[in-house]
Design a protein around this ligand. Structure first.
Ligand SMILES: Nc1nc2c(ncn2[C@@H]2O[C@H](COP(=O)(O)OP(=O)(O)OP(=O)(O)O)[C@@H](O)[C@H]2O)c(=O)[nH]1
Length: 314
């Protein structure tokens, strides 16, 4: 499957919600864009969880461009896509690789968000780009996380640095970056234990982990990625904006986008976080992570809506 089809497949739940609901608004002869229509389309967009600001911006655009006219579904989808692409615009933002020496990446998030799996997927992606990768098992709190990462390290052929259960995660991170330097590894990805932004001591621990990495390489970590679980919806992820600030995050990995019909949450994140979404998780497999490209995301989201002509029976 190509990149676009994988994205479309991952967004299937949200795509089919849009397909069914938007097509239901139309007959083959088109539809008058009046207040009733604007209310109906507003309700559909809300269902995707893209958030108030984005929904109002889209409905406002439809009103300005089409109110009082009879339009066909193609025109509506076109207006929605153009506006959504404008709202989602972000700098092309893959990982900022260090100009020389290892690029150090720290990965954080709340419990169960999908951190460990996302790290394995990231390592796999970097390896497929011809880069060597070392993993740092900084989630010393949860033994299973270390085991899980060790299994991935074996499968991926990526060395791993672990610590004893009593080790401070900062010391694991320190040694991981040290080993990456010694072995001239391209990317060092450090896991951290799940935590909530309200746990002040654990949030302070993230600062220590960062500092220990910076002791090895000035400016490290080059990326601090926050993993968010798309299935928690807009309310869940918006709570994490404080987390992002406190941890000095540079980008977001949105895991489990395949598991929700509320894929519009990416739009809400883009609006609320002021941080780029760098990668999206689209399944449990090792290959199910894609760099996030807003225009492709919007195209994939609406791909099915126009897959067949609208008929009188819609
Ligand atoms: N469908 C789907 N499942 C995912 C994705 N990413 C992670 N998962 C699943 O989510 C569950 C939790 O993932 P983990 O990677 O263990 O989460 P974690 O954040 O490391 O968990 P803690 O270490 O407990 O904080 C696992 O069952 C993963 O297989 C994804 O993109 N899609």
């Amino acid at each position: 499957m190509g990149f676009f089809d994988r994205l479309k497949q991952g967004l299937k739940k949200t795509g089919s919600l849009l397909k069914t609901d938007v097509r239901d608004l139309f007959k083959s002869e088109g539809r008058l864009i009046d207040e009733a229509f604007l209310e109906e389309i507003r309700a559909i967009l809300f269902k995707t969880d893209m958030g108030y600001d984005a929904v109002e911006a889209l409905v406002g655009e439809i009103a300005v461009k089409m109110r009082g006219r009879v339009v066909h579904i193609e025109e509506l989808v076109d207006v929605l896509k153009v506006k959504l692409k404008e709202l989602m615009a972000q700098p092309e933002s893959p990982i900022e690789f260090a100009p020389s020496g290892p690029t150090a990446v720290m990965v954080c998030g709340v419990n169960g968000a999908g951190k460990t799996t996302s790290i394995a997927k990231l390592a796999n992606l970097f390896k497929s780009q011809g880069k060597s990768v070392l993993l740092g098992a900084g989630d010393t709190f949860r033994a299973a996380a270390v085991e899980q990462l060790t299994i991935w390290s074996d499968r991926l052929g990526a060395p791993i640095v672990t610590g004893s259960p009593k080790a401070h995660p900062a010391s694991v991170a320190y040694r991981a970056v040290e080993q990456a330097l010694d072995q001239e590894i391209d990317v060092c990805v450090v896991d951290t234990a799940g935590r909530l932004q309200t746990q002040t001591d654990l949030m302070a621990e993230l600062t220590k982990i960062r500092a220990s990495m910076a002791k090895q390489i000035e400016g490290a970590p080059h990326e601090v990625l926050l993993v968010l679980d798309a299935t928690t919806g807009q309310n869940g992820v918006s709570q994490a904006s404080k987390f992002a600030e406190a941890a000095g995050c540079t980008g977001i990995v949105l895991a489990k986008l395949d598991g929700t019909a509320k894929g519009g949450v990416v739009v809400a994140i883009r609006q609320q976080f002021g941080l780029p979404v760098k990668y999206v998780g689209l399944g449990e497999g090792i290959d199910d992570l894609e760099p996030f490209v807003p225009d492709a995301f919007v195209d994939a989201l609406f791909a099915d809506v126009l897959s067949d002509p609208v008929t009188a029976t819609n």
